[in-house]
Design a protein around this ligand. Sequence first.
Ligand SMILES: C[S@@+](CC[C@H](N)C(=O)[O-])C[C@H]1O[C@@H](n2cnc3c(N)ncnc32)[C@H](O)[C@@H]1O
Length: 477
Amino acid sequence: MSNQHPSGRIRPARSEQNRVAPARIQPARRVAYEVITAVRRDDAYANLLLPVKLERARLGAQDAALATELTYGTLRQQGYYDAVIELAAKRPTSEIDEAILDVLRLGVHQLLSMRVAAHAAVDESVSLAREVGSRSATGFVNGVLRTITRSEPDEWRARVMAAPRTDDERLSLEFSHPVWIVRAFRQALAAEGREEELEALLEADNFAPKVSLVALPGIAKVSEIRGERASKYSPVAGVSDGGDPALLPAVHEGRARVQDEGSQLAALALSRARPIEPGERWLDLCAGPGGKAVLLAAEAALGGVTLVANEITPARAQLVRNALKVLPEPPQVLVQDGRELGEQLAGQFDRILLDAPCTGLGALRRRPEARWRKQPKDVPDLSALQTQLLEAGLTALKPGGILAYVTCSPHLAETRAVVGSVLKNRTDVRRLDAVEVLSGVTKTPLPLGDGDDGHVQLWPHRHGTDAMFIALLQRDE
Ligand SMILES: C[S@@+](CC[C@H](N)C(=O)[O-])C[C@H]1O[C@@H](n2cnc3c(N)ncnc32)[C@H](O)[C@@H]1O
């Protein structure tokens, strides 16, 4: 029988007529999938790639918010979702094609953590699988996701938790953090007698932080950036009320910037550690991309201080220069290995910021994939580099000068251990009480743990900041 339609067009065969048209993939889901795949395949950074993709796809505000939630939520919860997928697929994720695993993770996020209708999540996932995988992959994705829809999110959680595990393994799955990071956080909290806060910390890491802004002293007023909520601690901060900060004139002009309150406090702990003497010389030893350098530079300009910024990576040094342009007299930017600057500039600086390269475990809220990318083997190399940079920084201090050692990681091997090991060999350096210094800086007292060494450890769950570590060290007169 001919398929010729009276209109002259070829009529589709019956089996084709009955086939359900593939679900159209919503642009927001496509963007999320592309970012998740690029993170896995190309080591892309979601926080850098997503805005580019959103711009290109010309998504409206609502779709952009959806794409962001899909991307960030899927990447953060990857560890937990993989455990669910393994149960539903009855095979380890290592045996699933990686492109299809991305499709499944994105689908599971919609089914277990968002209010997306099950049929929409499944159908669009199947369509995605059809695009990126083989014919059999569509059936597999359909089967696994439909299995997941048959139980409530709480039932899946109970099933995943049912296998006997150590406490850290349980927390690792429940809050989707690698076990070694759970362990590192436990140890850091225990060091200040607050181990019972571990779950709260892990939970805080799974939420996007509020957007904090800094009004650069002398060139912007806090009233220009104040959102609906006032900042709690930093005297130069404002909290965005959810709109695009770039629309604020002060931000547009570079006089105010997006900056975590913890980073602000780290810079202010140094600049406000004691009254500024005009003519002081300050150094930011590891300045890229320049967030703290520009706050220090603003403080320095008010106090008649000369600031020098240094950064080893030329491209990041350029970012520092760009950030500093907002100042009437931008500080000099060096491009050198900070480890060599100690001897070259020995005894020249009154204050030094060493915001050391680190694992960044304190900023997992902002970089959703970072927890899976960092490896425990990164830590010893970083500790060694941090130790060398700290030794160099102390050498560059004038007698009586102050150095702030800062990390955006609470890992003890990067914080207290580095400071402790360097101080063991330096009889001419003593710890200053950073807790007391910051109590004179913050608008309200910082609730801090019981560490008895005067160092400050900030936490997302307790302070709403990144987990910045701040130690102040002073060279003897
Ligand atoms: C934690 S980041 C600094 C962040 C910066 N203070 C800010 O607030 O924007 C550490 C920086 O140190 C740089 N760095 C790494 N090794 C270095 C070295 N040996 N000497 C100088 N800078 C180094 C990295 O390229 C990175 O830009």
